[in-house]
Design a protein around this ligand. Structure first.
Ligand SMILES: [Zn+2]
Ligand SMILES: [Zn+2]
Length: 371
């Protein structure tokens, strides 16, 4: 095999060992020395597929060479990994018998063309989405368990598909809850079946104040939840998620390009501008109020005392909306007010004499019990 210089002129040297198309005996031995069976990795197979593989191929092996007494083993050099699942074939240790490939996992049935998704890979992402650990942490756990982990990019692709479905499912579920609330109000005979009481608050990935690392609000992600207060179940009727993080913009900014999130070209994962106030709870509660307005009308909203959340709801549901305070924040602010307050000296005199009287009473009572 001859090679050329970059300007097209031929090179005097000839490559002596071009890569063979079909592996010869030497290649087979080299491959065997490099295989990963020494590491004894654990793998996940679906039992019924393994049963079919062995039962079928043991018969085929006898048909291929009836007098061969070699063992059939997994062809570990040529196995095919797909996420956490495997396609395997068997080969004989003595003769040249090699079986066809078998998929040792269940698939998700769909009408789409092309290879079907493996059930296990989808199930893993469904589990991960409900847990606080990431794809990276899951891969670490697999590696500690001596299992070959799937590629990060492959896991991310599956995660994107699963997350989209989970989002749709949750939106539908919340819509059903809103519909049911109206139905229940109607059965109860309320004058306006659309009216509901709700409560709402936001959570951030970092504390907004006293973060210590930035003079600005440290939060980059926000979740605003709105739940109904009509029933004791307090079901969530609307949810808003805000995000300032965008890896595409971060990468392009690193190259010196001027990129502004959100809505730039390509994929933008941020839906809040980087310089926007993340603690703008008025905008988020207004977004939630708009979402629930398809079936419901908010009569009262319980908040932590942030008046902007109430204003946001009022913009959508009119001025008749009443604001209520939740007991935890209200008691905390009352406690603060009490500690700041100045009391008349007489108040404490009365209290001390009262306490003394109670103490005396207790001592007398204990004395009676002891005697
Ligand atoms: Zn054999
Ligand atoms: Zn972006």
């Amino acid at each position: 095999m001859k090679i050329d210089n970059v300007d097209g002129t031929p090179v005097g040297q000839i490559l002596l060992r071009p890569k063979p198309k079909n592996p010869d005996v030497v290649d087979k031995y080299l491959q065997a020395a490099n295989n990963c069976t020494d590491a004894c990795p654990n793998k996940v197979y679906t039992p019924q597929h393994v049963e079919t593989l062995f039962n079928t191929e043991i018969r085929n092996h006898i048909l291929y060479k009836s007098d061969c007494d070699g063992d059939l083993k997994f062809d570990v050099e040529n196995e095919k990994q797909w996420g956490c699942v495997w396609r395997e074939r068997l080969k004989c240790q003595k003769c040249n018998f090699v079986s066809k490939y078998y998929r040792l996992y269940d698939i998700v049935e769909s009408n789409k063309r092309g290879p079907k998704a493996a059930k296990l890979n989808v199930q893993i992402q469904c589990g991960l989405i409900t847990s606080p650990i990431s794809n990276k942490n899951f891969r670490d756990i697999l590696m500690f368990s001596n299992m070959v982990p799937p590629s990060s990019s492959g896991m991310q692709k599956t995660a994107n598909k699963v997350a989209k479905q989970v989002e749709e499912l949750n939106k539908k579920s919340m819509r059903d809850i809103r519909k049911k609330l109206v139905e229940e109000n109607r059965i109860c005979g309320l004058s306006d079946e659309k009216l509901v009481r709700v409560e709402s608050d936001c959570r951030y990935n970092n504390p907004l104040i006293n973060s210590g690392t930035t003079p600005f609000q440290a939060g980059t992600q926000v979740v605003c939840t709105m739940s109904e207060n009509n029933t004791s179940a307090k079901q969530i009727v609307s949810l808003f998620t805000g995000n300032k993080l965008c890896c595409v913009a971060a990468r392009l900014k690193g190259k010196g390009l001027k990129i502004v999130c959100p809505n730039h070209e390509g994929v933008c994962t941020a839906n809040i501008a980087e310089d926007a106030s993340i603690g703008n709870e008025g905008a988020y509660s207004s977004w939630c109020a708009t979402e629930v307005s398809d079936y419901l009308k908010i009569s009262h909203i319980t908040t932590d005392g942030d008046s902007r959340a109430f204003q946001g709801v009022k913009q959508v549901h009119g001025t008749n909306v009443e604001a209520l305070r939740d007991v935890r924040h209200l008691s905390a602010s009352m406690k603060r007010a009490i500690t700041k307050c100045t009391f008349s000296p007489n108040l404490f005199l009365v209290q001390t004499s009262l306490i003394k009287r109670i103490d005396l009473h207790l001592i007398l009572k204990q004395g009676v019990l002891q005697s």
